[in-house]
Write a protein that binds this ligand. Structure first.
Ligand code: FES
Length: 163
């Protein structure tokens, strides 16, 4: 099979694929490494995987879209998760999510155009006593309210400005 013309980015992906000796059985491991490298699975990289492994592109997409660990679109520098599990929902997490959507100008599941923030609702983060819970990266924020959302976002943006 003839491979697409090589471009600089291809070399990193090729290195990953080659490290698994182009083994079809390593498809998930290869996708995981590409996800780790880019934070998502670029379409061109999936085509490359398909070409080099000799696996139909539709099958590669099937695996990439089946697992929650894989993302087909770029994700923001900060992933904000809002719990909509029962305990959090009863304590107002829907308003927390709405506030975030309003402040960031995106909907649940989307990423801001500047790739700073991604927003994702989840079901129970296992911290129900802290409801409603919001998590940015690995940091938990408890008993969230719309006012606290705005202040946390400002803090994150200020921290980013300093970096
Ligand atoms: S329901 Fe939100 S942490 Fe459990």
């Amino acid at each position: 099979m003839k491979l697409a013309k090589s471009v600089p980015e291809y070399s990193k992906v090729d290195k990953i694929i080659d490290s698994y000796s182009c083994e079809k059985s390593a498809l998930i491991a290869i996708l995981q490494e590409i996800e780790n490298l880019y934070g998502y699975l670029p379409a061109w990289a999936l085509r490359r995987v398909s070409e080099k492994l000799g696996v139909p592109l539709i099958q590669v997409y099937g695996v990439a879209s089946f697992y929650d660990a894989f993302h087909l679109t770029p994700r923001g520098k900060h992933l904000i998760r809002v719990c909509l599990g029962t305990a959090c929902y009863l304590r107002g997490s829907a308003r927390v999510l709405e506030t975030l959507e309003g402040e960031l100008g995106i909907k649940d599941g989307e990423t801001t155009p500047d790739l700073e923030f991604s927003l994702q609702s989840v079901r129970c983060l296992g911290a129900c006593a802290l409801a409603p819970v919001m998590v940015i990266g690995e940091q938990y924020f408890d008993k969230m309210t719309p006012t606290k959302v705005r202040s946390v976002l400002k803090r994150v943006q200020r921290r980013d400005d300093k970096d």
